[in-house]
Design a binder for this molecule. Sequence first.
Ligand code: KG4
Ligand code: ZN
Length: 344
Amino acid sequence: MPRILAIETSCDETAAAVVVDGKTMLSNIIASQAAKHAQYGGVFPEVASRMHVEIIYQVVQQALSDAHLGLGDIDAVAVTRGPGLPGSLVVGLNMAKGLALGRNLPLIGINHLEGHVYSLWLAAERGAPEVRFPVVCLIVSGGHTELILMTDHNRYQRLGGTLDDAAGEAFDKVARLLSLPYPGGPSIEQAAQGGNPAAFRFPRAWLEGTFDFSFSGLKTAVLYEVKKQKPGMPMGPDSPPLDLTAVPDMAASFQTAIIDVLVSKTVAAAQAYQATEIFVAGGVSANQALKAEFDRRAACPVRVPPLILCTDNAAMMGAAANFRFLAGQRDALDMDVLPNWRLV
Ligand code: KG4
Ligand code: ZN
């Protein structure tokens, strides 16, 4: 049963974890920089890299000590190689290389999106039956919206994806328009709870005959509505807060529109490819209204990770690395980051 130390620094979380057998987390340390970036209204890449450098050593130490293991007990070091912010990825990769070189351990570079998919393996209950393929995976994060058919471990076919903004990015941008704090997803979800989802009929881009998505029109529709409510209002992180009665309705109407498209397309893909299950992963999968809509409309079981594994973490990278380790993947010490690495 391989014991893998995994490191993840693709964006604004410095994370390390120890995972056994691709399923069991012995530790899962996440140092989030979100509070720091909130003052900029989004991730400030240079600040993110510096903060990773400051804390990475401590985070890795903590992951080992929480697991009650030393480096001598570890079978491989896994690390996120991309996609992500180049300056952030480099910090995790160099830490992993140092550990691999110093202790003569195998080094395994993992795609961040594959990590999100494997967060579902960590979430499986002990003794639960093995996953039967094919599975349709919706990966919805701040940087990505991808609909993937998974036909076996580490084997993927891309069915579609966003043509413009990622789903999480749309949440973040609309939150800014509504003067809600970063990260926008949780802010919108919270604001939407007090709103009427039918108050505004925001557009849905169906892109018929494809499994692609487009959210920029939806974002623009919210912008026009905000301008209608507050003519002449300057837009940006320092703008005055919107009329408090309109914000919950707009948040709820926006959230309903984006969820409608995400769920419809994923359910259609699962039917078209006779998937045994639907996996939803990535930061946006933390959204409870999204989960509820999937449960309401899907004909097959839908799995969503527990909240702590929805957003970026290293345990999911360790789970993905387990199957690659068993398949014999070993990466060289001159491996470089791949900031635009596609899963398929
Ligand atoms: O996977 P993740 O932590 O980082 C990336 O790989 O991008 O995803 C972060 C994204 C952000 O855009 C954030 O606004 C969104 O996930 N998010 C949510 C929720 N929690 C986080 N979106 C909708 N509802 C949420 N509850
Ligand atoms: Zn992510």
